[in-house]
Design a binder for this molecule. Structure first.
Ligand code: CA
Length: 221
């Protein structure tokens, strides 16, 4: 996944690029609004509001007008008005400096998944993965044509894993998205729901476990 960092301050951009690469992202960086508009497409934009050749809000509006690429605003201003304005003009999330890389990485993955899920559900019917059919509109799941009764949490868990079948989703991301971003409970909760979901899907291979990391939706059925 390629991230474009739009930031004029080297003292921020350099460690940011380093930290993001360490989290497994591919990173490109530009220092001006003009360069951001001319840059090759990326999968997600991290946008600093204070740029030398224009306000970040205006740039955000311009970028949003021509593409639906996820945009996270990164700024030093912890100002309620900025926060609201940023989201109103089409940013997907907002991070206030200073922030931790793990927090930022989790937000990047969350924004990316939401945008992938939105793309997967816009104007299309249920998602099909082999014999599995997931209908996000009605919250119903079918296996070989038969409906499987899932609890709301089991459904959310399956829908999250199905956003990108075969891709690893960490426990931390599962807890943040299916439960609550501020969930401080035990990650045993995840195991319990995974076990129950596996049982309902009837074949353990539907959900693969990577010990200590997370889970992925099997695509070999
Ligand atoms: Ca700046």
């Amino acid at each position: 996944m390629k991230i474009l960092v739009i930031e004029d301050d080297d003292a921020i951009a350099e460690p940011l690029g380093l930290g993001l690469r360490r989290e497994g992202f591919e990173v490109a960086r530009v220092s001006t609004a003009a360069a951001a508009l001319a840059a090759p497409p990326a999968d997600l934009l991290l946008l600093d509001l204070g740029l030398p050749d224009g306000h970040g809000f205006e740039l955000c509006r311009q970028l949003r007008a021509r593409s639906s690429v996820p945009i996270i605003i990164v700024t030093a201003r912890d100002d309620e008005i900025d926060r609201v304005t940023g989201l109103e003009i089409g940013a997907d999330d907002y991070v206030v400096k200073p922030f931790g890389f793990r927090e930022l990485a989790a937000r990047i993955r969350a924004v990316n998944r939401r945008s992938a899920a939105a793309a997967a559900t816009t104007g299309s019917g249920p998602q099909r993965i082999g014999e599995l059919e997931i209908d996000r509109r009605t919250h119903r799941v079918y296996l070989a044509g038969d409906e499987i009764a899932l609890t709301p949490k089991e459904f959310d868990l399956l829908a999250l894993l199905a956003v990108d079948p075969g891709a690893m989703v960490t426990r931390r991301d599962i807890l943040a998205e299916v439960w609550d971003p501020h969930w401080y409970g035990t990650s045993k909760t995840v195991d319990v729901h995974i076990a129950s979901l596996r049982k309902k899907l009837g074949h353990p291979d539907w959900i693969e476990t990577s010990r200590g990391v997370g889970f992925r939706l099997g695509i070999s059925q």
